[in-house]
Write a protein that binds this ligand. Structure first.
Ligand SMILES: C[S@@+](CC[C@H](N)C(=O)[O-])C[C@H]1O[C@@H](n2cnc3c(N)ncnc32)[C@H](O)[C@@H]1O
Length: 287
């Protein structure tokens, strides 16, 4: 660990992703990587890591994108996966054992991390940048670690209205447990970067040039079908948050999972469940 994070600006995120609900991400990393597989291809195809490049994956979680990037940069390149959660980084490390061109991993807060090695050619992230207490400070720190001309390419969720994974789950949970407190839509969290023009402005303020935001419609994939997808919603997303906030019971939990299964069944075919999803794909360059 490079920083003391317990009193840093993102200490709450460190606790959430290490000892709190992030433990479900540790346990369910295989299922979550299946769910998000299309996003990996979208990000890496846009970012185009080339053989020999130095790449950093921010908020790398259990390491799927870092490992895939390693295959693209090859033996002459280098990939570093960085995350604030020690248990998730541990999963990434163990999954990389024996993998060709495996990434290195580091536990650190990307907003404050100071790197002493050579700068990176490319910074990527799959849903890992929306959690900074101060997004401009976070982006500025990534900018600092890129070489001039280096690229930043990352995905974040578009509005919940376009993402049943969030929007439908929230509606179902609120219908049973009551409305949630209205919060700041820009507060750190999965949909904090739903507003593309706002994020482009944050990137400009942090020193990046040519910030772009592209909305992409894709799917979340669950080969096991709607029942497996619905099982995940009791651990990840609005349903567990609402169960915690409202003191929901086991009966509430079971009823919500069943409602999600019935709703997700509309997206089933012989290959599994394909849940519509919209992401914002952002890119920018260090001048
Ligand atoms: C939604 S998960 C995505 C994980 C991974 N990129 C994936 O697609 O499976 C968000 C990740 O961002 C990490 N994270 C949150 N705040 C961070 C920070 N300040 N510095 C580094 N990582 C952070 C969390 O620990 C978590 O692993």
């Amino acid at each position: 660990m490079t920083d003391s994070m317990t009193d840093g600006p993102n200490a709450g995120q460190e606790a959430f992703w290490s000892t709190g609900p992030g433990q479900h991400w540790v346990r369910l990393h295989h299922e979550l990587d299946q769910l998000h597989a299309r996003l990996t291809d979208i990000i890496l195809d846009a970012a185009d890591p080339r053989p020999g490049e130095r790449v950093i994956d921010i908020g790398c979680g259990a390491g799927a994108v870092a490992i895939a990037a390693g295959q693209r940069v090859g033996r002459d390149g280098h990939v570093l996966g960085l995350d604030i959660s020690a248990p998730l980084v541990e999963v990434g490390r163990s999954r990389s054992e024996g993998v060709t061109c495996a990434p290195d991993f580091l536990v650190a807060d990307a907003q404050t991390w100071a790197h002493e090695g050579a700068p990176f050619d490319l910074c990527v992230s799959r849903m890992g940048l929306m959690f900074f207490a101060d997004p401009v400070a976070g982006f500025a720190n990534l900018h600092r670690h890129l070489r001039p001309g280096g690229r930043l390419v990352f995905a974040a969720w578009a509005a919940a209205a376009h993402n049943p994974w969030f929007g439908l789950a929230k509606r179902v949970a609120e219908a049973r447990l009551g409305p949630s407190e209205p919060g700041d839509p820009h507060a750190p969290g999965p949909t904090a970067f739903a507003d593309g023009p706002r994020v482009r402005q944050l990137l400009t303020t942090a020193g990046f040039k040519d910030p772009r935001a592209e909305e992409i419609d894709t799917t979340l994939e669950m080969p096991g079908g709607s029942a497996e997808a619905a099982e995940l919603t009791q651990y990840i997303g609005p349903i567990p948050a609402q169960l915690r906030a409202k003191g929901g019971t086991e009966a509430d939990r079971a009823a919500l999972v069943e409602q999600m299964r019935a709703a997700f069944a509309a997206y089933d075919d012989a290959q599994g469940c394909h849940i519509p999803a919209r992401i914002n794909l952002f890119s920018a360059t260090r001048p």
